[in-house]
Design a protein around this ligand. Structure first.
Ligand code: SF4
Ligand code: SF4
Length: 464
């Protein structure tokens, strides 16, 4: 049995984009338009349309998504969440973490290559602008090496201006998720002089995005991203990753004549898979932390295989075990079982969200007070009721005592709770002496919302 043939161990203790002296090596990835690139482009445009479009979408009069941390108001798919829903958020986060881990164990870095905003912005927007203005990888290299002239100044100015404008758009989009489109439009519509502080914050975020996509680039994935650092502990030999089939590819090298050909593997050592890699690694060294699963090397190698009349798939989605056993399919029992668990987890989360009650009610006797004796001989206790209306419509509140042994007297007339708002109602319960059973008795209060019984809450009633 062949084992992965490593031609150099340098990659283990060096970064592909840093020299021995710590200087950055700028990566000029060659763009190969293959079947995966085309598919990723379609996925990217759908995700970009969602990312830029969702803040402008309303569901039942509410923003579809809102993450207003300052006002502690969160909306997912038009469903409003309050601090009272913290348990759901906690369960949701735990479910999400388990989902991410299981997903990574089975499918490796598919998220990074196909759905991560960093990859999509970099490869599908900023990189395309760069290629459009400066040309392909060779032209970019020549331009950077060229002395400063008007052509270089013009191209660099145009590129960086577009980069900054795009970063400003991205920063505004994230701001719309934080404060909502109405607030964003209000800020844009008002004179700048009123919002210097907010504009400054926006420009800081814009500068961060600009720096990330203009200069920092692949270092985000290699150095900063915590998900990337987790790969080492999450992946195992059954995880599906972008992998080089060393059994088929080795021994690598050019097949210069018919005698040499049978002694060589499929890899002709053309290095095109390295040239296309946005993180500058050689996938033939095996799975590496720097691999973001972008599939560029699959497309590149498939094109090479087409040219030398060999079957595609020398670099492909596969697990280490799959390559060792030369299995072609990806759908193992484990993949199906884990996928079932992932669907189950999403189902649990969906169930929790969809069965969440529309109202949250908290009833308590006003602290510090006991009872009041009324001139007509009745005894009164004061209560406060907090109502959280999580629905998207206003709700009318009606209160009743379950056994009708007493009367509810609302203080004020605030019996309507606006959509997605919290209201506090105060009311007395009055009991006649005949309705008093003991000095401390239990009262059950029915809370009707929009003429439907929402909940029956128990509280105590104090009497002489
Ligand atoms: S592109 Fe394919 S053939 Fe060329 S070096 Fe990479 S693995 Fe080998
Ligand atoms: S090794 Fe291949 S899949 Fe991984 S980042 Fe490089 S080009 Fe993309």
């Amino acid at each position: 049995m062949k084992t992965p043939q490593i031609h150099t161990n340098d990659y283990r203790d060096t970064l592909s984009n840093v020299t021995q002296t710590g200087k950055r090596i700028w990566i000029y990835p060659r763009i190969e338009i293959g079947q995966f690139y085309k598919l990723r482009t379609v996925v990217a445009w759908v995700l970009l349309a969602l990312l830029f479009g969702l803040p402008w979408l309303n569901i039942n009069g509410q923003p579809a998504f809102l993450f207003n941390v300052l006002e502690r108001k969160f909306i997912f798919f038009g469903v409003v969440f309050f601090p009272q829903d913290f348990h759901l958020v906690a369960i949701g986060l735990i479910t999400f973490m388990v989902f991410v881990m299981l997903f990574t164990v089975v499918f490796g870095r598919i998220w990074c290559g196909w759905a991560c905003p960093q990859t999509i912005f970099m490869e599908m927007l900023f990189r395309k602008i760069e290629v459009l203005i400066e040309g392909d990888h060779n032209a970019q290299r020549r331009l950077d090496a060229a002395p400063l002239n008007w052509e270089k100044i013009g191209k660099k100015t145009l590129k960086h201006s577009l980069f900054f404008a795009l970063s400003f758009l991205i920063a505004n989009t994230f701001l719309a998720y934080l404060i909502g489109k109405n607030e964003l439009l209000r800020l844009i519509g008002e004179p700048l002089a009123l919002h210097w502080g907010k504009l400054a914050s926006l420009l800081i975020f814009t500068s961060v995005f600009y720096f990330v996509f203009a200069r920092f680039r692949e270092l985000v994935c290699i150095v900063v991203c915590p998900y990337g650092r987790l790969q080492g502990v999450l992946l195992d030999k059954k995880s599906i990753v972008v992998a080089y089939d060393w059994l088929r590819g080795e021994p690598r090298g050019k097949k210069s004549n018919a005698v040499e050909a049978p002694t060589k593997g499929s890899c002709i050592d053309c290095h095109i898979c390295v040239q296309v890699c946005p993180t500058g690694i050689d996938i033939r060294n095996g799975t590496q932390l720097e691999c973001i699963g972008c599939t560029a090397c699959i497309d590149a190698c498939d094109h090479v295989m087409d040219k030398i009349n060999e079957p595609r798939g020398l670099i492909r989605y596969a697990s280490l075990e799959g390559i060792t056993k030369q299995e072609k399919g990806l759908l193992s029992v484990r993949v199906l079982a884990y996928s079932a668990v992932l669907v189950g987890l999403l189902g649990v989360l969906g169930y929790l969200l969809t069965t969440r009650s529309a109202f949250e009610l908290t009833l308590m006797r006003t602290p510090g007070l006991t009872y009041q004796r009324q001139p007509n001989g009745q005894v009164s206790n004061l209560y406060s009721l907090q109502l959280v209306n999580k629905s998207t419509a206003a709700a009318t509140v009606t209160l009743k005592i379950k056994d009708n042994a007493g009367v509810i007297r609302l203080i004020g007339n605030a019996s309507v709770v606006a959509a997605s708002e919290v209201a506090n109602l105060s009311f007395f319960i009055d009991k006649t002496p005949a309705q008093l059973r003991s000095g401390n008795q239990t009262v059950e209060v029915e809370i009707w919302m929009n003429n439907a019984l929402s909940e029956t809450l128990s509280t105590s009633f104090l009497a002489p």
